[in-house]
Design a protein around this ligand. Structure first.
Ligand SMILES: NC(=O)c1ccc[n+]([C@@H]2O[C@H](COP(=O)([O-])OP(=O)(O)OC[C@H]3O[C@@H](n4cnc5c(N)ncnc54)[C@H](O)[C@@H]3O)[C@@H](O)[C@H]2O)c1
Length: 372
């Protein structure tokens, strides 16, 4: 006898780039566990396309109308960043869990309002971090946390991506009001969040430079950072959209082995390697040679949320955990602005950086604009 799984009613808000490429395919691929009950988008043509491609389902132009009519169990928010806070809170107030695209939001103050809404409504807001859910990442994290390769000592997270001028044609991109920040938060978020998770110790202090070196945008297109962890470990980070040779590179040098990842958009199992050096030379101690079927990592994270939802358990990466990465990013921008290292916990209410991820960014952009 087969037991039917309890299916969650899911709505996807935002059928643009990532909504149509990742979230809608993820929900429909998990049809044993999830039912796509609605798609919401302000753009009628996009909405019609998405309903035709991923339906049968209903299309709405307004989140409030959809929430009242459909009462979804989980609402996916895949809109531009400045809408994440209001739409997530609105969905939670209507009794829905939220699965929200990164960056969760544009300030620690805003994250605290989302956290307050979680507590008030009894719902959860989970942030997308699909790198954590791609095959190899979980295996590497578990092995590092178990001490298999000794203590993590040094880390590297380099996001060297390329975005040409057409990328900023979408009106919300490149502006503080709608995107909040640039390459470090929008693109390097994946690698930074993954490294912070793998190092198995909270970050303690960051010293950084962030600037707009080339693109005609307000937000930064490059940053470099040095990080110290509570354990004493150190890390270096580089985040840019200016590299003509695209790569995402992660490294954790632990006492007994070094873990490497070379990838671009999805850390698959066979893109990780672990090497050890001893008297006999350097050898690979783990190479997950079995190439895994390409995992659509948004799907893997959604499957993880669904398993928690069915069991009535708190999901992973709710607001409190996502806030940790947001605090790190805020500290990175503050360090660049003040020209000094910033320590975990020092950005609190009353600090302009509590109210905006890159609080000094607009003045920096204005000064650059005046020089042009
Ligand atoms: N996790 C990832 O790998 C990844 C990749 C790309 C983008 N993103 C993130 O996803 C989010 C969306 O990015 P994108 O590239 O898909 O943007 P996009 O502009 O391509 O799509 C956004 C969609 O939201 C719709 N929209 C705007 N306001 C709305 C509203 N009030 N109600 C309903 N729909 C509304 C727009 O019409 C558009 O179709 C951003 O936060 C971005 O950082 C994540």
């Amino acid at each position: 006898m087969t037991t039917l799984m309890k299916r969650a009613r899911i709505a996807v808000v935002g059928a643009g780039g990532i909504g149509a490429a990742a979230h809608l395919p993820a929900v429909t691929a998990l049809s044993d566990e999830a039912e796509l009950v609605a798609i919401v988008d302000l753009d009628p043509a996009r909405l019609a396309d998405a309903v035709e491609t991923f339906g049968p389902t209903r299309g709405y132009a307004d989140l409030g109308e959809m929430l009242a009519a459909e009462r979804p169990d989980i609402t996916v928010i895949a809109t531009p960043p400045h809408l994440h806070e209001p739409l997530s809170i609105q969905a939670m107030e209507a009794g829905s869990w939220v699965f929200c695209e990164k960056p969760l939001t544009g300030s620690l103050a805003s994250a605290d309002r989302i956290r307050e809404a979680e507590q008030r409504t009894g719902q959860w807001c989970v942030t997308v971090s699909q790198f954590r859910y791609s095959g190899g990442s979980r295996q590497v994290r578990d092995a590092l946390a178990a001490g298999t390769w000794g203590r993590p000592l040094l880390g590297v997270a380099h996001t060297s991506w390329y975005r040409g001028p057409d990328y900023w044609e979408a009106a919300w991109r490149g502006k503080f009001r709608t995107e909040f920040a640039g390459a470090t938060t929008s693109q390097a978020h994946h690698a930074i969040d993954l490294l912070l998770w793998l190092m198995d110790s909270p970050w303690e202090q960051v010293a950084a430079y962030a600037d707009t070196l080339s693109r005609p945008i307000e937000v930064e297109d490059a940053s470099v950072a040095s990080v110290r962890f509570r354990s004493g470990a150190l890390a270096t980070m580089l985040s840019t959209v200016l590299s003509h040779n695209q790569e995402t590179r992660l490294q954790v040098m632990a006492e007994d082995a070094t873990v490497d990842l070379h990838t671009l958009y999805m850390p698959l199992l066979d893109e990780w390697s672990v090497r050890r050096t001893d008297a006999d030379g350097t050898r690979v101690v783990e190479d997950w040679a079995e190439p895994e079927e390409p995992v659509q990592a948004h799907r893997a994270q959604l499957a993880n949320i669904l398993a928690h939802w069915r069991d009535g358990r708190q999901p992973e990466l709710t607001c409190a955990e996502a806030r940790e990465t947001l605090e790190f990013l805020t500290a990175l921008y503050k360090s660049s602005a003040v020209g000094a290292p910033v320590t975990r916990g020092e950005i609190a209410a009353g600090d302009p950086f509590y109210e905006a991820l890159d609080a000094a960014g607009p003045a920096r952009a204005e000064a650059k604009h005046a020089l042009r």
